[in-house]
Design a protein around this ligand. Structure first.
Ligand code: 0RA
Length: 637
């Protein structure tokens, strides 16, 4: 077989023969960006190739090592990339895929595929953007090795020894000349590998971080995405068992797992050929349509929905739903802004009919689960009506008063959102300092009294009945729920400014939860910030300095030390202890302040943290707080 696969490719099948220098000139075109996201694209590219080998049924183990020397290696026990010489180019297949742009993906059916869908820019792109790559192939008892530098092959392919192993090991060193940072992020990599392990049933993925004293994780999920749903729901109060469906169809393969829980959140992850389709697409559309149809049909048949009752809406049947939909197909079409939306229309009908039939069967066979699920949907339906009424009142009130902004808001005079900032400040006294210290032209202040409502456990109607939240929503201007419109945001910087103590951290978490649950897009679009007030004021005579953390304080102490004069240290317990000028100088002045931008690196991870901290289950929360007591203060989501 090793011969066959290679002989099938001919020069005309390599459609684009641009040099790899094009990749180095415009890396963004190939990997999106040269920031930390782009850096990790290289990792996905390499790992995806091994996953492909596993999906094809040839590999059972993948081993990723983040090395101390700045490299990252990925070994798989698959067939090994072919090393035999190609007649026309005189190069080995290995060297061809490593050094020729697009060589990987462009070999037809059953041919030489070394790329996985969306990220499948080809391993040659990784080569172009790496200072060095070492490719090792273990085949036929021999170890083959070749090194490459910034896209070029160094020496010939060599045989360096004997081995009992089989497979491929790629070690790459990202190029400092290209990337803003070449430091791999362990949690990011871990999360992605875990996800891939769920999606590729039966493959074992290990990862070691040698920089962290060899921290090691191993993922192996016999249950595939069924285990994934179990993981996503593990802190939740679940309703019924996990529904699991796996079907081969003409179009490819369909795998669906789902389970309801008592929360109000909807969590649906969709994948096509193991690529997370964050924008959804045809498989998602088919799934949603079948879900609504099947539940309504069953509820009517079982006489839970009476003749006079309206159908349950699409939103009602998704409240508290956790689902993973994974499809595999021959020729996936990725569309949308980030090429993360599945466009194959045949997958809509396929998923719809498969899920329709299988889910109905589940409901018929598990009447107790069916009743519990439909009960939950009915509750959602009633709550939605109540919430709509409550929201209408809020909005009508605002509208009647001419969109009156809350009395507690000290607005800025500018009406241009792009230059306007809203400071959400803890407590009235700090609010007073901020109000006096601010730049009135562009900075608005909204003090929040006490603890705002814990939004995780409340419904939209109750949330909107809370005055503090209502004020914030009206001040933001974006509406909430179905009426949310990011274009109406009144401030392009929304800054959470709380005390540097435990209460402050708690309030910050509550505000972040509110944003995460109801204004996620504001986080995604980069509008939410966290102010960084100083922890200490150090003064010696007339000299005064501010320290923002312990390290800085120690450093400044040393710098300020002199014979006679003593250094006075004031630890700020709250923002209220600073006078308006100090607050401006240290925390609010755009020219000198530093702020943290809140990002959602990974919505799933954030969801877990919020859930653990805020959800109704007491035990996991206790455990989490005990385990992370120190970290919680600097919670960054
Ligand atoms: C196509 C054909 C063959 C091997 C591979 C792809 C392959 C590629 C990668 C990339 C990372 N790990 C990999 N493992 C295998 C060889 C077909 C044969 O010799 O039978």
């Amino acid at each position: 077989m090793s011969e066959g696969a290679v002989q099938e490719y001919s020069a005309d099948q390599i459609q684009v023969l641009e040099g790899l220098s094009a990749v180095r000139k415009r890396p963004g075109m190939y990997i999106g960006s040269t920031d930390v996201g782009g850096l990790h694209h290289l990792v996905w590219e390499i790992v995806d190739n091994s996953i492909d080998e596993a999906m094809a049924g040839y590999c059972t183990e993948i081993f990723v090592v983040i090395q101390k020397d700045g490299g990252l290696s990925c070994y798989d026990n698959g067939r090994g990339i072919p090393v035999d010489k190609h007649k026309k180019t005189g190069k080995s297949a290995l060297e061809t895929v490593m050094t020729v742009l697009h060589a990987g993906g462009k070999f037809g059916d059953g041919g030489y595929k070394v790329s996985g869908g969306l990220h499948g820019v080809g391993v040659s792109v990784v080569n172009a953007l790496s200072e060095k790559i070492i490719a090792e192939v273990y085949r036929d008892g021999k170890i083959y090795l070749q090194e490459y530098h910034r896209g070029d092959a160094g020496d010939e392919l060599k045989i360096t020894g004997k081995t009992d192993l089989r497979g491929t090991k790629i070690t790459f060193y990202p190029d400092e000349e290209i990337f803003d940072t070449i430091e791999f992020d362990f949690p990011t990599i871990l999360n992605r590998l875990r996800q891939q392990a769920y999606l590729t049933k039966g493959v074992q993925i290990s990862v070691v971080d040698e920089r962290e004293g060899g921290k090691k994780y191993r993922f192996y999920f016999e249950g595939g995405i069924k285990s994934y749903v179990q993981h996503l729901n593990h802190n939740k109060d679940n309703i019924g068992g996990i529904v699991y469906i796996e079907r081969d169809v003409d179009e490819g393969m369909i795998e669906i797992a789902l389970q309801y829980n008592n929360s109000f959140q909807e969590t649906i992850y969709t994948f096509a050929n193991n690529i997370h389709t964050t924008e959804g697409g045809m498989h998602l559309t088919g799934f949603k349509a079948a879900l609504t149809r099947t539940i309504n049909a069953y509820a009517r048949k079982a006489d839970i929905l009476k003749e006079k009752d309206d159908n349950l809406s699409a939103e009602d049947v998704r409240e508290g739903l956790t689902a993973v939909v994974s499809v595999k197909l021959g020729d996936p079409q990725f569309e949308g802004q980030t090429k993360a939306k599945l466009g194959n229309a045949e997958m809509r009908t396929a998923v719809e009919s498969v899920f329709n039939e299988a889910f109905n069967e589940f409901l018929e066979e598990n009447p107790a689960d069916a009743r519990a699920i439909i009960g939950k949907c009915l509750l959602a339906s009633r709550a939605r009506l109540a919430a709509r009424a409550a929201r209408d009142t809020v909005i009508r009130k605002g509208a009647l008063e001419g969109m009156t902004l809350p009395g507690k808001l000290s607005d800025c005079s500018s009406k241009d959102p792009s230059e306007s900032e809203l400071f959400i400040v803890e407590g009235d006294s700090a609010g007073g300092s901020a109000k006096q210290g601010r730049d009135r032209e562009t900075q608005a202040i909204l003090p929040l009294r006490g603890k705002i409502l814990n939004v995780e456990q409340a419904r939209l109607d109750r949330i909107l009945a809370n005055n503090e939240v209502k004020n914030l929503v009206i001040a933001l201007g974006v509406g909430i729920g179905e009426t949310f419109d990011v274009a109406k945001l009144r401030y392009h910087k929304v800054v959470i400014m709380t005390d540097a103590d435990v209460d402050g951290a708690h309030i910050r978490t509550l505000v972040l939860t509110l944003f995460y649950r109801y204004f996620k897009q504001l986080i995604e679009d980069g509008y939410i910030y966290i102010a960084q007030p100083p922890l200490y004021k150090l003064s010696r005579g007339k000299t005064m300095r501010y320290a923002y953390n312990e390290e800085e304080k120690e450093k400044m102490m040393k710098e300020l030390k002199s014979g006679e004069q003593t250094i006075k240290i004031q630890r700020y317990k709250g923002l209220g202890e600073m006078n308006p000028d100090q607050l401006w100088d240290t925390t609010m002045d755009p020219a000198t302040r530093s702020m943290l931008k809140v990002t959602i690196e990974d919505a799933e991870r954030a969801d877990m943290v919020f859930d653990t901290l805020m959800g109704s289950e007491v035990m996991p929360r206790k455990k989490f707080i005990q385990a992370y007591a120190k970290k919680v203060q600097n919670l960054d989501i």
